[in-house]
Design a protein around this ligand. Sequence first.
Ligand SMILES: Cc1cc2nc3c(=O)[nH]c(=O)nc-3n(C[C@H](O)[C@H](O)[C@H](O)COP(=O)(O)OP(=O)(O)OC[C@H]3O[C@@H](n4cnc5c(N)ncnc54)[C@H](O)[C@@H]3O)c2cc1C
Length: 413
Amino acid sequence: MRMQSGIGTKGIAALMINTTFLPSRASALDRLTGFVPAAGRLYAGGRNTDAGPGHPGAVSKLSPYLRHRLITEHEVVAGVLARHDLAEAEKFVQEVLWRTYWKGWLEMRPFVWHRFVEQRDSQREAFKDDRALLDAERGLTGIEGFDDWARELMQTGYLHNHARMWFASIWIFTLRLPWALGADFFLRHLVDADAASNTLSWRWVAGLQTVGKTYLATADNIARYTNGRFAPRGLATEAVALTEAAIGPACALQDLLPRDPAQPSLLLLTHEDMNPESVFPPSTGFRSVIIASDPAWLWGDCARQFVDAASSELALRACSHFNCPAGVIHRLDAATLIASAKATGVKQIITPFAPVGPVADALARLVPVLAQEGITLVAVRRAWDSTFWPHAKKGFFAFKERMPDLLREQGLA
Ligand SMILES: Cc1cc2nc3c(=O)[nH]c(=O)nc-3n(C[C@H](O)[C@H](O)[C@H](O)COP(=O)(O)OP(=O)(O)OC[C@H]3O[C@@H](n4cnc5c(N)ncnc54)[C@H](O)[C@@H]3O)c2cc1C
C-alpha cells in the first residue's frame, strides 16, 4: 500500500488523456464555481445544443466529478440554489436529479444490471468479428455525426447528452446493433461511465425503460442542435420499441448494518464516493484509510486514469482530514483488508455505500470472508440517497413532483 502518496497538480495533468477533466476535488469545485452563474436561464435555453468538442456550451461538464462523488449532488444543488431560486434553476436541478433517480431505480432493481451484464457478455461473443459492430465502434459507418461522436468519445471520454441520445438511437434503430453492446461501448470510453445512468439511458432510448416509448434521432433535430454541423442521411424513420421478459417489481432498498461508533475502525474508500470529508468528521477516529483503486471495477482506460489520479489526491485529503495514514491499493482482496485490520487492531471497516455495480458486487463477496475473521464491513449511505432513492419506484415524473419537498428535507430550496 502506498501511504500518503500524493501527486501535485502537474502530475495530475500529466496523467490525463486530455485536460478537460482534471482529476481532483479542487477541479470539481472550480468547475462548479465557474458554472453557477449560468445554471439558470442560460442552461435551460442552451443545454440541448452540442456545439462540438472545444467549443463552449451551456452544460456544466460536472459529470465525471459527480459520478465519482469528488463533488456531491448536495453540494452542486446547494451551490446553484445559493445563486438562483429553484424556479430559475429548475431545469438544471432536475438534470442532477435524473442521476439520483437512475441510481435509486437501479438500486431497487439490481437484477436489471445483472441481466445487462449477461446480455453484454453473450452478445460480445456472438458479435466478436461483426463488421458492422467494428465499423460503428471505430466511427467508420459513413453516417455523418455518428462517426464523429464515436471518435469524439474515444478521444475525449465525454459526449454531450444530446449526442449520447442520437448516437444510441442510430446504433439501435438505424444500424440495428444490440443495445447492450452500445451501452458497453460507452462504458468502455466514458470518463463518467456509470452503471445506472448509462444502462438505464440506453434502455430508455430502446423503449425498454419506459415500455414502448423510444427515442428516434432525426436529421432535422441533429442539424438544429449541432448548429448545422451534421445532417446525416439515411437514418431510420421509425423506432419500434425493443421488447424483453418482464423485469418484476422493485425490491426494498438494502438494509445496512448499524455502525458501532465506540469501536475503532478503518475507512475503506472506492471510486464510488471520493468525498469522505462530507460524511465523516475528523473526530471519527479512523485508525487508517485504504483507498481501493482497482482497475477491474472500471470498464475503460479513460475512467481508470481519472480514478487512479483522483485516488492519489484523495489519499492526501483523507490523511490530512482524519489525521491518520491513508494509502492507495490497486487490488482489493480479503487478505489485504484482514491484514490491515489486524495491523491497526480494528474489527470494524467502514465504507461509503457502493451502489449497484462492480464495486458493490466485490464488497458483497468480501463480507462473508471478513466475517470469518470477526471483522464487519459497515456501509454508510448518504442522507441524499436515503432521502431520494425510495421515491424512484415509478417514473421520473412522479419522482420530480416530490423534488421541492425532498430538497427542503435536505435543507435546500
Ligand atoms: C445513452 C446515454 C448514456 C449515458 N451514460 C451516462 C453515464 O455513463 N454516466 C453519466 O454520468 N451520465 C450518463 N448519461 C447522462 C448524461 O448524458 C450525462 O450525465 C451528461 O451528458 C453529462 O454532462 P454534463 O455534466 O455537462 O451535464 P449537465 O447537463 O451539466 O447536467 C448536470 C449533471 O446532471 C446529471 N445529468 C444530466 N443529464 C442526465 C441524464 N440524462 N441522466 C442522468 N444524469 C444526468 C449529470 O450528473 C450531470 O453532470 C447518459 C445519457 C445517455 C442518453
